[in-house]
Design a protein around this ligand. Structure first.
Ligand SMILES: C[S@@+](CC[C@H](N)C(=O)[O-])C[C@H]1O[C@@H](n2cnc3c(N)ncnc32)[C@H](O)[C@@H]1O
Length: 206
């Protein structure tokens, strides 16, 4: 499958499972302390772009802290949930492969559990375009899976849909970030979130 076919499949999946995805979220989410590390690098009133914002959990949190937020997601249903949930955030249905078309730059960008749907041949381009949307000294926060079963498989929340998974190693992601002029600030390795092993990287645009 090429990246556009994967994207179309994921759009169908997240449109279909959006309500179940929302219900699965806990109030006391496990990655909050890492999100707070990201926030600690930002000034008050900073702007944050959430790529693959899903049901708007992070947008809601950032917004409650006074940050100016924008979210994008390929799934119309996920976008609708986010819009209703975070009324003072801008949320658009948009492909992450079109991030470079966004006109403004942000103090912070987040992409959590999104690299999992990006095939290896596209990850460099995506990170490059994320970098282009950060202001100088802007901060990028990413959480990515490291040990899921890879490829197209049954979606766990609903067997009628498919899930496409790609794992990344922290060294792969660090290498691409550094090649794109990002300084690595923090790395949290082998963090289990909702039963999935992840790595978490916070980096800064130089
Ligand atoms: C596993 S969910 C993560 C949602 C949220 N970031 C979180 O941490 O809960 C992946 C999200 O990425 C979105 N997504 C997948 N492929 C995308 C693409 N090519 N462009 C934009 N969004 C995409 C999905 O619609 C879904 O909302």
């Amino acid at each position: 499958m090429d990246y556009k076919e994967i994207e179309q499949e994921m759009e169908k999946t997240y449109d279909g499972i959006s309500c179940k995805y929302l219900k699965m979220q806990k109030d006391d989410w496990e990655d909050k302390k890492y999100v707070n590390s990201f926030i600690s690098y930002l000034k008050p009133n900073s702007s944050i772009l959430d790529i693959g914002c899903g049901t708007g959990e992070l947008l809601e949190y950032f917004s409650s802290l006074g940050f100016k937020t924008m979210g994008i997601d390929i799934s119309r249903e996920m976008v609708n949930i986010s819009k209703k949930r975070v009324i003072n955030s801008r949320v658009f249905k948009m492909s992450l492969y079109d991030v470079s078309k966004i006109k403004e730059r942000f103090d912070g960008v987040v992409a959590t559990f999104v690299f999992v749907h990006i095939p290896k041949e596209k990850i460099s381009d995506v990170i490059k375009s994320i970098n282009s949307k950060l202001k100088k000294d802007g901060i990028f926060f990413t959480v990515f899976t490291t040990s899921l079963k890879e490829g197209l498989q049954e979606e766990m929340l609903d067997r009628n849909y498919k899930y496409y998974a790609v794992n990344y190693s922290k060294d792969e992601i660090i290498g691409i970030l550094e090649k794109n002029g990002m300084e690595i600030l923090d790395v949290f390795s082998k963090i289990e979130i909702n039963g999935v092993l992840t790595d978490i990287i916070i980096s800064k645009k130089l």
